[in-house]
Design a protein around this ligand. Structure first.
Ligand code: ATP
Length: 227
């Protein structure tokens, strides 16, 4: 589903080039969930952006659904991202002037993949069924993040990329949102790559990798064992 092969990425800074990823390889199968941990500045978001085709590596390959992202033009990458990738960030990025229902179906409509029955099911499963005609400012933080998750899943993506999706929520709300997210990911069969600082959040996922000094390591399998 998602493959990174020997991916390197540097940024230009006033102090010179900053090497963030150095020969990183990983494979994520359909339906698999992977937590990506690491200290602040270790390159987690950079890796997520490369996986989404929001940026391209300096060297190496990112393959998404068998397409090599760096061989695509930016509009082609945007098209593939709309169809195959759901994105959830710490900030909810909802459209204030659109209702809950319209926010939820927005990406799916843009991708030409709007399925009203699936959107209704998502609203119900996310506990937003009674709030479909409200506007984002009339929702709590947890409800807004549930809506952002619904928007990402409405397109039935093959891959869900989540960057600290519960980072803005209190612990109880974060647990509720995470449980809902993992249940929906399982129901929809998509692969999940989630960046998190929290071992609690990472624990229920199939695997956990840590990024440090530009490299991936500390692999944990579903049973908590390191290898
Ligand atoms: N566009 C850019 N230009 C220059 N430097 C950048 C750019 N984007 C990221 N960086 C730098 O690359 C490094 C990795 O950033 P990244 O956001 O991937 O880290 P992170 O592990 O996600 O951090 P955090 O946990 O704090 O969100 C950081 O030192 C950051 O300052």
């Amino acid at each position: 589903m998602l493959e990174l092969h020997q991916v390197s990425k540097s940024f230009t800074t006033p102090q010179g080039p900053l090497r963030v990823l150095e020969g990183v390889s990983l494979a994520l199968a359909a339906g698999e969930s992977l937590a990506l941990m690491g200290e602040s500045g270790s390159g987690k978001s950079t890796l997520l952006h490369l996986a989404a085709g929001l940026d391209v590596p300096d060297t190496g390959e990112v393959r998404l659904a068998t397409r090599v992202l760096s061989s695509l033009s930016e509009p082609e990458r945007a098209g593939l991202r709309r169809e195959a990738v759901g994105l959830v960030f710490q900030q909810f990025h909802l459209v204030p002037s659109l209702s809950v229902a319209d926010n939820l179906s927005l990406q799916a409509r843009l991708a030409g993949r709007h399925d009203p029955a699936w959107c209704d099911e998502l609203l119900a499963r996310l506990g937003l069924g009674d709030m479909a005609q409200r506007y984002p400012e009339q929702l709590s933080g947890g409800q807004q993040q549930r809506l952002a998750i619904g928007r990402a899943l409405a397109v039935r993506p093959a891959l869900l990329l989540a960057d600290e999706p519960t980072g803005n929520l209190d612990e109880t709300t974060a647990d509720e949102v995470l449980t809902l997210l993992l249940g929906l990911v399982q129901a929809s069969g998509c692969a999940l790559l989630m960046v998190t600082h929290s071992p609690r959040v990472a624990a229920p996922l199939d695997r956990c990798l840590t990024l440090a000094h530009g490299q991936l390591g500390a692999i944990r399998n579903a049973h908590g064992a390191s290898r």
